[in-house]
Design a protein around this ligand. Structure first.
Ligand code: MRU
Length: 356
């Protein structure tokens, strides 16, 4: 059974809305939220009602459409200014996932070519680009799933961190698309899901999604991963990514770096699955990837209950960076990158490998 779609466009380009599955309510409630303004889309991304790098990009692209519905008829310069302001606002919602900026750049690019058109036609063009971004993401998920599945064999047990599944993309996911593809090929693959403190994307989302799709799933707390590996229960680790630098250093949910170190210590292959839209070749390595810091209350008052003394100092980075040296291979829609370095990344993405 397919998981409930995290993102859906309802209606036509001029009056329609962006419908999001509110992921903050899972696994208890399946609730949808219709966004019709830039602020509702901004809040949905900021609050992780929609989350996961590719899904954020798709939601932001459709968010541009709803945000422009009231101003599409303006004179050319006003239209371009309004579009720029909308994109800037959505771009400020979260800093780490590069898919957000990549998608907004595409929307701005289309906006710059439609200034002379009537308002309704401008909205149709913007909506068409958002839909293209969504469809491309679906295809990339399917392709990277097939690429990654070639690395798995029957009976393997795979550990994953955070949620890099259908809930995090417009398609079948990144890391989890590999699991789904392998199982479609008849391989019996089971999953260990790290719970993913502090917002529990692994427990709330990955387990929910995998169980809906009939994948044998075992939930563990993040601090159990080392022992679970030591006891021989994990054959491979597969995670997603929010931004991958030119040399293959990969930012992903906080805790991923620890898992990669543990995998190395236990001789377990560590894989990243990500579409080309997650690569940021403007950054030579991962040291310049902006790492989001979130509210202390996510740690001190997880899900409403005080779990730390009032006033305690808190550090809450939402992402970390795993160096390329710890990554056995990166699965993309264009093929696998292995070994992972600047040259192999560029070659896989179809970029010239030496400066022109
Ligand atoms: O804070 P989140 O839930 O948006 O973080 C998501 C992740 O870290 C995912 O692993 C990543 O975006 C890959 S999604 C296919």
């Amino acid at each position: 059974m397919a998981t409930a779609a995290p993102i859906e466009w309802i209606g036509d380009a001029t009056t329609g809305a962006l419908r999001l599955l509110d992921q903050t309510r899972l696994p208890n409630d399946v609730v949808y939220l219709d966004c019709r303004t830039v602020e509702t889309v901004f809040e949905a991304i900021r609050s992780l009602r929609v989350r996961g790098a590719p899904a954020i990009g798709v939601a932001a692209a459709y968010g541009v459409v709803v945000s422009m519905q009231g101003t599409a008829d303006r004179f050319d310069t006003e239209f371009i200014t309004a579009l720029g302001a909308v994109c800037d606002r959505l771009a400020s919602s979260r800093p780490t996932a590069v898919n957000l900026f990549w998608a907004l750049d595409r929307m701005k690019q289309v906006g710059s070519t439609i200034a002379g058109l009537p308002g309704a036609e401008r909205l149709v063009r913007l909506h068409r680009e958002a839909r293209t971004i969504e469809v491309e993401d679906q295809a990339m998920c399917a392709a990277m799933g097939r690429v990654g599945a070639a690395y798995l064999t029957d009976g393997m047990s795979v550990l994953t961190h955070c949620n890099a599944g259908a809930l995090a993309t417009a398609g079948d996911g990144t890391a989890l698309s590999v699991i789904y593809a392998a199982r479609e090929q008849g391989l019996q693959i089971e999953v260990y899901a790290n719970e993913t403190r502090p917002l529990l994307q692994g427990a709330r989302l990955t387990c929910w999604e995998l169980m809906q799709r009939g994948v044998p799933t075992t939930l563990i707390c993040d601090n159990m991963a080392g022992w679970v590996m030591k006891s021989g229960r994990v054959d491979a680790v597969i995670v997603g990514a929010d931004r991958i630098a030119a040399n293959g250093d990969a930012a992903n949910k906080i805790g991923t770096y620890s898992v990669a170190q543990l995998a190395k210590a236990h001789g377990i292959p560590f894989y990243v699955a990500a579409p080309s839209s997650t690569f940021d070749l403007s950054l030579a390595d991962g040291s310049r990837i902006p790492i989001e810091e979130r509210a202390a209350s996510e740690i001190t008052h997880g899900f409403g209950k005080a779990t730390a003394p009032a006033g305690v100092r808190v550090f809450n980075p939402a992402f970390d960076v795993t160096p390329a040296s710890l990554i056995r291979a990166i699965f993309t829609e264009k093929g696998a990158i292995e070994p992972v370095n600047t040259e192999t990344v560029r070659r896989c993405l179809g970029k010239p490998t030496s400066p022109q």
